[in-house]
Design a protein around this ligand. Structure first.
Ligand SMILES: [Zn+2]
Length: 233
């Protein structure tokens, strides 16, 4: 039976997926799509867009920026809560996600790479900070988006004012998201840059009958969310 490594190597040989910036030593958690990989990704996005946006009357489209200011991420809770537990080895300086370490290494504070001593666990924020050139000091930090839903929320009023949709309606977009993973791994399944296809539905709270469902695949995660819109409109 083919191992996971066999599939990764086949995907590269056949022109689907290459490690990002490979000729200059690479950057963990980044992957480039070759000819067939690019065509496959475009086809998946096209089918999703046609099905969920073009064929649905109540779905509107938005395309927001991937860099957003600190205020957005403070309001969404990502600045305080979008974190993973991290430990660093005092000897080899490698960093690990504490909750993914073997039990023995975590409880006895032993580095799995060099057997050095692991430091205290700290919460590590997954948002990528971006220093914005024209603003110095506090307030000058923006972040690469860790998810794309904020693009729908910050444009909610713009969409209402320009499109005048009746409730319920959806807002959809496809685009890049970024997560500063401590230990990217598992091929395309835990990466630092990836595509999301997502929509948010805005409904009156008392009309909400369906539950929240989410599903994801490594190449492109599909996220379906139901958000409640409780404005008295
Ligand atoms: Zn170590």
């Amino acid at each position: 039976m083919a191992s996971f490594d066999d599939i990764v190597s086949l995907a590269k040989r056949r022109g689907f997926v290459f490690p990002g910036s490979e000729v200059y030593g690479g950057l963990a958690g980044t992957w480039d799509y070759g000819h067939y990989g690019s065509l496959l990704a475009h086809n998946i996005k096209d089918i999703w867009w046609k099905h969920f946006v073009e064929e649905r009357e109540e779905m509107l489209a938005v395309t927001s920026t991937t860099i957003m200011p600190e205020a957005v991420w403070r309001a969404s809770g990502h600045l305080s809560g979008f974190t993973d537990p991290m430990v660093e080895c005092a000897k080899c300086r490698h960093r690990f996600r504490a909750d993914q370490l073997p039990e023995k290494n975590r409880t006895e504070h032993i580095c799995p790479d060099c057997e050095g001593k692991l430091g205290e666990e700290k919460m590590f924020n997954l948002l990528f900070p971006v220093p914005v050139g024209s603003i110095e000091g506090a307030g000058g930090t923006a972040y690469l988006r860790g998810e794309i839903a904020q693009g729908m929320f910050v444009n909610f009023k713009n969409i209402l004012d320009t499109m005048h949709p009746d409730l319920p309606f959806g807002l959809a977009q496809i685009g890049k998201a970024y997560r500063n993973e401590i230990a990217p791994r598992d091929f395309l399944f835990r990466v630092r840059e990836f595509d999301l296809m997502e929509f948010e539905y805005f409904v009156r709270e008392n009309d909400l009958k369906c539950g929240v469902q989410r599903c994801g695949v490594g190449l492109i995660a599909l996220a379906f969310r139901v958000r409640t819109y409780t404005n008295s409109k």
